[in-house]
Design a protein around this ligand. Structure first.
Ligand code: ADP
Length: 259
């Protein structure tokens, strides 16, 4: 990232002299701490898979390795490339969500139908898990972005699958009560340590449960979920017990739902 930036400045210098450089410095000053912090975390996160890709490709170029070892290194390069692509997608999603000028297109959407439409995709995602969907009586229509809602429930259900490595049932339950539409995603997985609960919606935060079990991820999925829910005037909460599972609850107030 930095070298691409430096290159741009160098080219700009040749073509337009000092003016552009001065403008960039001013722009840098305008960055608040949070954003510069974000950039530094992003650079660090991107650098980790990149270093590994660089290391392994250099090794493969320098040495002739036997078949199995070559395959193992290529697999590592591939999985790190996939991780890099996921990171870039998530980072772009976060940036899009924070850009208030990029309003999302919302229309009347039936959340119950959306979940049932997505169910075959969830079933395909894992052979180890059973996905159960249940909805109580009620009207699940709200004004929402279909694309964002799909992303919200995909993130929650993929996490439920990912953090239940031994399988089990994942329940998606809907309820309309006390002026709220609620959707719960419940798993029987590894659960979240109590001390981690206040941080799991923070960008790049990953609890010990993922580190110790070597479950991959970017730490951005839940931050994206929270941004989507907030953009729809709702809340997202979690209840969890280590070793037993987690329940994520998304709630939208009926009052904020336009006719
Ligand atoms: P990640 O890419 O790490 O999965 P998320 O933002 O989706 O990032 O989640 C943040 C952290 O919250 C995860 O690293 C994991 O520690 C924890 N977590 C999220 N969902 C679950 C779940 N269903 N069960 C257990 N832990 C979870």
């Amino acid at each position: 990232l930095l070298s691409a930036y430096a290159e741009r400045i160098a080219i700009a210098n040749v073509e337009w002299g000092m003016m552009l450089v001065l403008r960039d410095v001013t722009k840098e000053k305008e960055l608040d701490l949070k954003q510069s912090e974000f950039v530094s975390i992003v650079s660090h996160e991107l650098r980790t898979p990149l270093s590994s890709i660089m290391g392994f490709t250099e090794l493969l170029m320098r040495r002739t390795l036997d078949g199995p070892r070559q395959k193992k290194y290529l697999e590592t390069i591939h999985s790190e490339t996939v991780r890099l692509a996921e990171l870039i997608d998530d980072i772009l999603e976060i940036q899009k969500g924070e850009d208030v000028s990029q309003g999302t297109f919302k229309r009347r959407l039936d959340l119950k139908r959306l979940i049932f439409d997505m169910k075959p995709m969830f079933d395909l995602a894992s052979h180890l898990h059973r996905i159960r969907v249940s909805f109580e009586e009620g009207d699940y229509r709200m004004t929402a972005s279909e694309e964002k809602m799909k992303q919200l429930f995909t993130n929650l259900i993929m996490n439920a699958i990912k953090y239940s490595p031994d399988g089990g049932t994942i329940k998606i339950h809907g309820q309309v009560k006390d002026q709220f539409i609620s959707l719960m995603v419940e798993d029987e997985g590894i659960g979240i340590p109590e001390k981690a609960l206040p941080f799991i919606f923070d960008k790049f935060y990953r609890a010990d449960n993922s580190d110790t079990r070597k479950i991959g991820g970017t730490g951005l999925g839940l931050a994206i979920c929270q941004m989507i829910v907030m953009d729809h005037g709702g809340t997202i909460t979690v209840q969890s017990e280590e070793g037993h599972g987690s329940v994520f609850t998304v709630q939208f107030s009926i009052e904020t739902i336009a006719e």
